[in-house]
Design a protein around this ligand. Structure first.
Ligand code: GLV
Length: 325
């Protein structure tokens, strides 16, 4: 039987299914594995089901000569060195589409929470500070009728834009290439700087690459309106966290809603001291239904490769004809 490693705890029934088809290699880790642990776990495996917390690079692939496929249970794949995967003949896959709606919902949860000061209000009530009702208490930003800026108008960005219609918001966006009108659905394409300048609130949904590293730094934050909310559900590193903290401290934007951070989970402790930031621990796709669909797709991708069938979400198609078998 083929040997399959699973690096995170996932649904027990899916583990049972895998165990019926393959020899499973210790699958009960409930934390991201470091390089040495990961190499030890994958050394004799034919396939690996991993999450965005694990790094797949040249050294790992060289240490795992049997490995045919790394199946990432995530849509983002900046943890995978795709060129190295292709060089080593290893297929790499991800989980697109199945998480679009849940992730878009979470972007809205952060936008609403930050704009309407939900977590700050919660802390206020819990601290026993609500002594009397005051007319000007915890005033937030109006979303209805305002302009939402979306940087990264892929499938998740478009799901976020669809929800904006229900809030009566105008949508402006930036994407490397302008979308066809049917996908724009009334949204207006602009350069990133223009989006930052003209939107009332901005959501970041770009993949993390060298080109998007610190896409939002001090200079870009300075373009935002002082009343703006910035939401990042993309990846840590797309925003320069130190610059964002400074901007939030100085009131150069109203608030931020953040699901991802540089060096997560060890985020900059200054975030914890700020009232105008809503923090979630990289859970944008974390609903039961969506996590199940992601795991299901990742298992199907892995099983396809092991069965010699091209998987639907192959990230490095060049590998196919020269893959390890
Ligand atoms: C989560 O961050 C993902 O990329 O799926």
């Amino acid at each position: 039987m083929k040997r399959v490693a699973v690096t995170q705890r996932i649904f027990p029934e899916l583990i049972e299914e895998l165990a019926r088809r393959y020899t499973l290699v210790d699958n009960q880790a409930d934390h991201g594995l470091g390089a040495a642990e990961l190499a030890a776990r994958l050394r004799d495996c034919d396939a690996a089901l991993i999450t965005a917390g694990e790094q797949v690079d040249d050294a790992l692939l060289a240490a795992c000569p049997r490995l045919q496929v790394v199946s990432n249970i995530a849509v983002g794949y900046n943890n995978l060195d795709l060129a190295a995967c292709t060089r080593h003949g290893v297929a790499a896959t991800n989980t697109p589409d199945v998480l679009n709606e849940a992730t878009a919902d979470h972007a809205w949860a952060l936008l609403l929470a930050a704009a309407r000061r939900v977590t700050e209000s919660d802390r206020f009530v819990r601290a026993g500070r609500w002594q009397r009702w005051e007319f000007e208490m915890l005033m937030g930003a109006e979303l209805h009728g305002s302009t939402l800026g979306i940087v990264g108008m892929g499938r998740i960005g478009r799901a976020i834009a669809r929800r904006a219609r229900g809030f009566g918001m105008r949508v402006v966006y930036h994407n490397r290439s302008r979308l066809p009108a049917v996908q724009e659905d009334g949204a207006i394409w602009m350069a990133t700087e223009e989006v930052l300048r003209s939107a009332d609130h901005v959501v970041l949904v770009v993949p993390y690459t060298q080109a998007t590293h610190h896409l939002i730094g001090a200079a870009q934050l300075a373009l935002l309106k002082p009343t703006a909310v910035l939401v990042n559900i993309a990846r840590g590193g797309v925003v320069d966290d130190a610059a964002l903290i400074e901007a939030l401290q100085q009131g150069r934007l109203a608030a931020a809603g953040l699901d991802v951070f540089e060096n997560e989970p060890r985020l900059d402790p200054r975030f914890l001291t700020l009232d105008n930031v809503v923090l979630t621990p990289h859970i944008a796709s974390s609903t039961r239904a969506t996590r199940r669909a992601m795991a299901r797709l990742a298992i199907d991708n892995l099983a396809d490769v092991l069965a010699g069938k091209r998987p639907s979400a192959l990230l490095n198609p060049d590998v196919w004809d020269c893959r390890r078998r």
